[in-house]
Design a binder for this molecule. Structure first.
Ligand code: M6R
Length: 624
């Protein structure tokens, strides 16, 4: 693949056809999808005069609004796009929509066309020329070429083009000559159709749709949909060459979940939502008296879980950190060996997977490409695959044999917060429920942990009261260039997570380490300039962690410690201490992670960073 290719990997796409003016709906939708990418944005409308008007620009959706403000924005049919560039600089030319050489057809695309090069060569030979370096422009020219050569409809041309392309795509296409329809198709990239009253909405996820309708259809791989004003939805499966059954689902999302609700950033709102989101996650699952924990995904697959020889957890980023905590929980309560793998590593080696293995894929978005590929690999090797996801109906939950949603509502800030605590909560419930099934956890311990899970929302509320203190402390640390985060046991992954939060939103280098590993190298970095954040809550290895704090202090380091209420030792040695309520060791990450989220947040705010949309990042990483 030449270096010049500009792929359209991780993007948000939105479309509208109906009786209303499309532009405000499209722009509103782009704002909702901006978490998926914010390098460039564009819109294509079939204007009231029948012209195809395309406006696009580098930058965020706001830049597009400025750019388009003085233009003809009329029209009841349109498509729009917000992009996260993976190859090459984002610029106006490479922004979507892309328009065919004839000037009739416009396309938006999320995904990548792997055989674009061969197709481009063929189209060049047929007299087509290209303005951009994108794979998407090749696709729109191909549709144009097929339509012109065969004299066929837009639907037929898109159908034939999807047969010729290799790769992942969610596309929406409009044609000035067929102004009454949008044709949409998907393979391996998500696409949701909202069904209104004589109108249709289209988007990468349901967030742009929810304010107009709660009736949605999730397109499946290899399906093509034709959206026509006032006509029934028409969906065809190209592989099976057959009409698809339309499965209309009801959205459970509410608009308030998609707004900042008075908070300056989604991240802060999502941090403060955690008492509620953890409450929603355990609701109906943990009994009020703590004597039972029921997860339907486990109950329905009891035999499979009872027979599991090993569990493999695959995930990326924050979800991988939750997986590391899950390993400790499941091994402690269920005595089943658990391996935790980066999905991106697992998928590209030849891992040993036995038919009695269970693979658990953890993903907030349910769309992470590496996690999806890892689970498909394990499935192909005969493993039972189970998902722990947040976004209902996303690709991962659809590809798994069974699963468990974390039910924390839409997470919009790029830095994952409430999803992490939701994932750890589900893993704790799984460990308890499976431990009970296997008889590997005694009743007293089960009830003690289940009762603390039940009480977790109020414990988290108590931790959130530390907000003001953490905001003050953040000022002391804002100008550090490096941070070290240390933790042991259940809180080693929390240290990793704290460091990741700081890195991604403040752009300060931070490393997470098992506290005892510090003396094997990182200790050389310790000086007065580099703060060390230590999780030193009262657990079975508290004394050891205290020794690690002493080692840092002895070398002139500054320490901020997260300790248990009433602590006297660690808090005395450390320069600053944050006290959290006492909780059992295995659930402590649900509390210790919260001051670390707040610390990262306030440091990023102090530095004037774009907290919800940090540079170079996107929320759903649908790229390899
Ligand atoms: O949607 P997923 O949970 O699969 O996403 C995995 C990572 O991309 C994600 O956790 C990422 O590391 C976050 N930005 C961390 O805050």
């Amino acid at each position: 693949m030449p270096d010049t290719l500009i792929c359209s990997y991780m993007c948000g796409i939105v479309g509208y056809i109906g009786r209303r003016q499309a532009y405000p709906i499209l722009i509103g939708g782009l704002h909702r999808l901006e978490y998926r990418g914010y390098d460039s944005a564009g819109v294509a409308l079939i204007g009231d005069d029948g012209a195809l008007n395309v406006y696009k620009t580098r930058g965020k959706v706001e830049a597009l609004e400025h750019f388009a403000a003085s233009k003809d924005l009329s029209g009841c049919v349109g498509i729009a796009h917000t992009r996260w560039a993976t190859h090459g600089e984002p610029n106006d030319v490479n922004a979507h929509p892309h328009v065919s050489q004839s000037g009739d057809i416009a396309i938006i695309h999320n995904g990548t066309i792997e055989n674009y090069h061969v197709l481009k060569e063929a189209l060049l030979a047929h007299g087509y020329s290209f303005r951009s370096e994108t794979d998407t422009e090749v696709l729109v020219q191909l549709i144009d070429y097929i339509g012109q050569t065969n004299g066929c409809s837009l639907f037929e041309a898109v159908q034939e083009a999807t047969r010729q392309i290799v790769g992942a795509y969610a596309i929406a296409v409009i044609d000035r000559k067929e102004p009454d329809r949008i044709v949409a198709a998907r393979r391996s990239s998500p696409l949701v159709i909202g069904i209104g009253d004589g109108e249709y909405f289209l988007a990468s996820d349901a967030t742009p749709i929810v304010e107009y309708t709660d009736r949605v259809v999730y397109l499946n791989d290899d399906e093509i949909a034709v959206l026509e004003c006032g006509k029934p939805l028409h969906v065809v499966n190209t592989k099976a060459n057959a009409e698809s059954r339309i499965d209309i689902q009801r959205l459970k999302m509410s608009i308030s979940e998609l707004e900042k609700g008075g908070y300056p950033h989604f991240m802060l709102k999502e941090i403060f939502e955690q008492p509620k989101t953890v409450g929603d996650c355990i609701s109906g699952r943990v009994a009020a008296d703590g004597r039972s924990v029921v997860l339907s995904g486990l109950v329905e697959n009891r035999e499979r879980f009872m027979a599991a020889g090993r569990i493999i957890i695959v995930a990326c980023g924050t979800s991988w950190h939750a997986g590391l905590i899950g390993k400790q929980l499941i091994e402690e309560f269920c005595r089943i060996p658990v391996d935790v793998e980066y999905a991106s590593e697992f998928r590209y080696r030849n891992p040993v997977v036995h038919p009695d293995d269970i693979l658990i894929a953890i993903s907030q978005s349910g769309e992470t490409a590496d996690t999806l590929a890892a689970l498909e690999l394990a499935k192909s090797k005969g493993a039972f695959v189970f998902g722990i996801c947040n976004v209902v109906g996303a690709s991962i939950p659809r590809a798994t044999d069974s699963g468990c949603y974390i039910h924390v509502g839409p997470e919009i800030g790029v830095a994952s917060t409430k999803a992490f605590t939701g994932q750890v909560t589900v893993l704790a419930m799984m460990a308890l429920a499976l431990g009970r099934m296997k008889g590997t956890v005694d009743d007293d311990k089960f009830t003690r942990v289940a009762c603390q899970l039940r009480d977790m929302p109020s414990l988290i509320s108590k931790v959130l009261k530390l907000d003001g203190r953490i905001r003050e402390l953040s000022k002391i640390f804002t100008y550090a260039h490096n941070f070290l985060y240390l933790g042991r046991g259940y809180n080693y992954p929390t240290a990793l997570e704290g460091a990741l939060k700081l890195k991604e939103i403040s752009y300060i280098h931070a490393e997470g380490y098992p506290a005892a590993e510090m003396k094997h190298g990182p200790i050389a970095l310790i000086d007065n300039e580099m703060p060390t954040v230590v999780i030193a809550t009262a657990d079975s290895i508290y004394d050891k962690t205290v020794s690690n704090i002493q080692q840092v202090k002895a070398r002139g380091g500054r320490v901020m410690a997260i300790v248990t209420e009433g602590d006297t030792t660690a808090s005395e040695i450390a320069d600053y201490a944050i006290e959290i309520p006492e909780v059992c060791e295995c659930l402590s990450p649900l509390l210790t992670s919260i001051p670390l989220q707040l610390l990262a947040y306030y440091i990023a705010v102090n530095k004037g960073r774009d907290v919800d949309q940090p540079r170079n990042l996107a929320k759903s990483v649908t790229v390899e």
